[in-house]
Ligand binder design. Structure first.
Ligand code: NDP
Ligand code: ZN
Length: 352
């Protein structure tokens, strides 16, 4: 089969590779819609995961099941499914502890385009199909469905990690697709004021749509100073970090109130250390929480997010700025995610 792959750090291209085989609990899926992620860009062009050779890219897909293993009970060939970017090993101690993302090793629930071929192939393999696939309801479009697999779950996870309380003030740093869903998640969790940070006009407009009450440009001067000024030097209760370079965590600590929470979903693709400002972290005693997390995957998470879309609690359609038809457009879509022009949030490739 054909797949669009990372050939080595810095290089992508089409490869011919073996069609995957389903073990007893697994499924083989043919993609119907896929989307490149900013994480694919970190992986290929920054070498964030280290070297990977001839690995099919992609972890965002909805598709049609073409084969299931002998022990799969709920899914069969022909079913249309939403496939989470993260497909944990549910029979693991980490999953029992509530951190399925790290099942059998830190970040090891992230398998597509990390430990195995991703979703940008003619077919891809899904482990533990009954626990990781979710049925695609006919009323949800392919474009919206593919946003659920990663952008919605990740942005919402940022909001969850930031411990948002009813009426509280939240800053969302970064309003690409992930940050936009953090804005939407913050609103759903009951935030009062939501300060969104970003500049691309298409994102700024979408941030307002999803519930941002204030927009701040990190290009207009020191970001921490701007947000502190906006909040009369009080800072915010919660911060979601969904963009920025490694030093953005310093800003997050500076703008968080004592006892507040920082939910980081940003993927730091380069550098050895992340730094915390000593004074603003109360010399170590500020009760400012920092928690960074890989997005949750699995069937239950997907089914809950599907309901949020199905019952009109969130409309992911504003994230999809470009739709391509045909597998051959994979490269164009990936490069669009790399160059990220002013009008781009997310491209989706529909595959017939
Ligand atoms: P985008 O590149 O689309 O968005 C990044 C946002 O950050 C933009 O709004 C950008 O502003 C803003 N930004 C850029 N530089 C700065 C800065 N110096 N200070 C403040 N804001 C800045 O990314 P995505 O939304 O696609 O993804 C966000 C992050 O989430 C990525 O690192 C991605 O890899 C990661 N991710 C993590 C996952 C997880 O499981 N934790 C899953 C999926 C993605 P502007 O408007 O100017 O462009
Ligand atoms: Zn991703």
């Amino acid at each position: 089969m054909k797949g669009f792959a990372m050939l080595c750090i810095g290089k992508t291209g089409w490869i011919e590779t073996k069609k995957p085989v389903a073990g007893p609990y697994d499924a083989i899926v043919r993609p119907l819609a896929v989307s490149p992620c900013t994480s694919d860009i970190h992986t290929v062009f920054e070498g964030a995961l280290g070297e990977r050779n001839n690995m099919v890219l992609g972890h965002e897909a909805v598709g049609e099941v073409v084969e299931v293993g002998s022990e799969v009970k709920d899914f069969k060939s022909g079913d249309r499914v939403i496939v989470p970017a993260i497909t944990p090993d549910w029979r693991s101690m980490e999953a029992q502890r509530g951190f399925s993302q790290h099942s059998n090793g830190m970040l090891a629930g992230w398998k597509f385009s990390n430990f195995k071929d991703g979703t940008f192939g003619e077919f891809f393999h899904v482990n533990d199909a009954d626990m990781n696939l979710a049925f695609l309801p006919p009323e949800i479009s392919l474009e919206n469905a593919v946003m659920i697999t990663d952008m919605v779950t990740t942005g919402f996870h940022g909001a969850e990690l930031a411990n948002i309380k009813l009426g509280s003030t939240v800053a969302v740093i970064g309003i690409g697709a992930v940050g936009l869903m953090a804005v939407a998640g913050a609103k759903l969790l009951g935030a009062g004021r939501i300060i969104a940070v970003g500049t691309r006009p298409v994102s700024v407009e979408a941030a307002k749509f999803y519930g941002a009450t204030d927009i701040v440009s990190y290009k207009d001067g020191d970001l921490a100073e701007q947000i502190l000024k906006l909040t009369e030097e009080q800072g915010v209760d919660s911060v979601v970090v969904a963009g920025g370079k490694p030093n953005i965590l310093e800003t997050a600590v500076k703008i968080t109130k004592p006892g507040g929470s920082i939910g980081n979903i940003n993927y730091y693709g380069a550098g050895e250390f992340l730094t915390i400002p000593r004074i603003e972290w109360g010399c170590g005693m500020s009760h400012k929480n920092i928690c960074g997390g890989l997005t949750p995957g699995g069937r239950l998470r997907m089914e809950r997010l599907i309901d949020l879309v199905k019952y009109n609690r969130v409309d992911p359609s504003k994230l999809v700025t470009h739709v391509f038809k045909g597998f051959d457009n994979m490269e164009k879509a990936l490069l669009m995610m790399k160059s990220k022009g002013k009008d781009v949030i997310k491209p989706v490739v529909l595959i017939d």
